[in-house]
Ligand binder design. Structure first.
Ligand SMILES: Nc1ncnc2c1ncn2[C@@H]1O[C@H](COP(=O)(O)OP(=O)(O)OP(=O)(O)O)[C@@H](O)[C@H]1O
Length: 269
């Protein structure tokens, strides 16, 4: 069997507590997750449990207190250069137009400007932004900015894509369009994806596998489900598939108690 694209083994992350500098807070404890090349894995869990922390460890942005990270079998040191990231917030440079934003990653990698521009045009077309090539971020809608961010992530041709609630700020219709676009691109490129979401429907609709995290402290993986729904999928239509309902119930049975625990903790803060 081939090496996982991303292996997170027995990851523990302990922070100085935000509430009391004399205390420590262990967000993750012994969390293990392997993602195969080309596999789409979503991680769901209660609010504040450690989803972003896990993703940041995989991105090489955060060194775990214990445990190991491997990328295609090689120990990760520093930033994960085989990964592209798409986060919740805005990542476009306001002083650059759509095309200048999309081509920026290639320029920084010293790709000749004309080649970078041609590839950026191609990606803008793929994400439905060929009409907005010269628009600046403030001239684009939230959905258009997300499309530009997707092109910005994909143009570097990463082998692993890390997404942290990328569409949570979008209205439901735009969100579903973007989810379908991501699936279409993923089907054509088959990169490994680690997708973080609060939304169980989104996780099931998109993924090959859904992994469930416990409430913190000491968050770890408490269950995982293979999503055996047929592909290609339309994220809106797949929700009416009887198997979707079965999977949703089975996962929610595991997740519910953790969500309640997480909610309780938030109320106490
Ligand atoms: N740098 C840090 N210093 C102190 N505590 C931190 C730090 N980063 C994360 N934490 C704590 O670790 C826990 C997990 O945070 P994280 O952001 O990973 O959770 P999450 O599941 O992504 O949250 P959400 O569902 O709200 O997006 C939280 O209690 C958070 O306050």
């Amino acid at each position: 069997m081939s090496e996982p694209a991303l292996s997170l083994d027995k990851i523990t992350c302990t922070f100085v507590s935000r509430d009391n500098k004399n205390e420590k807070y262990t967000a993750l404890r012994d969390a293990t997750l392997h993602i195969a090349p080309g596999e789409f894995v979503s991680v769901v869990g209660p609010t504040g449990c450690g989803k972003s922390t896990l993703l940041n460890v995989g991105a090489g942005l955060l060194e775990p207190s214990a445990g190991s990270v491997r990328v295609f079998g090689q120990p990760l040191k520093g930033i994960n250069h085989r990964a592209g990231y798409m986060f919740q917030g805005e990542a476009l440079m306001p002083w650059r137009s759509a095309i200048e934003n999309v081509m920026a990653g290639l320029e920084f990698a010293n790709v000749p400007k004309e080649q970078a521009r041609a590839q950026a045009m191609d990606w803008l077309q793929r994400v439905g932004l060929s009409h907005a090539v010269n628009k600046y971020p403030h001239q684009m809608s939230g959905g258009m900015r997300k499309r530009a961010m997707l092109a910005q992530t994909m143009i570097r041709d990463p082998d692993i894509i890390l997404m942290d609630e990328p569409f949570s700020a979008l209205d439901i219709q735009t969100r579903q369009l973007m989810e379908n676009e991501v699936l279409e691109i993923w089907m054509s490129q088959r990169k490994a994806v680690l997708f973080i979401t609060h939304d169980l429907d989104e996780a099931i609709a998109m993924s090959d596998r859904v992994v469930i995290l416990s409430a913190g402290p000491g968050t770890h993986i408490i269950g995982e489900f293979k999503i055996d729904l047929p592909r290609p999928r339309d994220v809106a239509e797949v929700r009416s598939h009887p198997r979707f309902t079965e999977l949703h119930k089975a996962i929610w049975d595991v997740l519910r108690e953790e969500v309640l625990k997480g909610y309780d903790q938030q109320k106490r803060v």
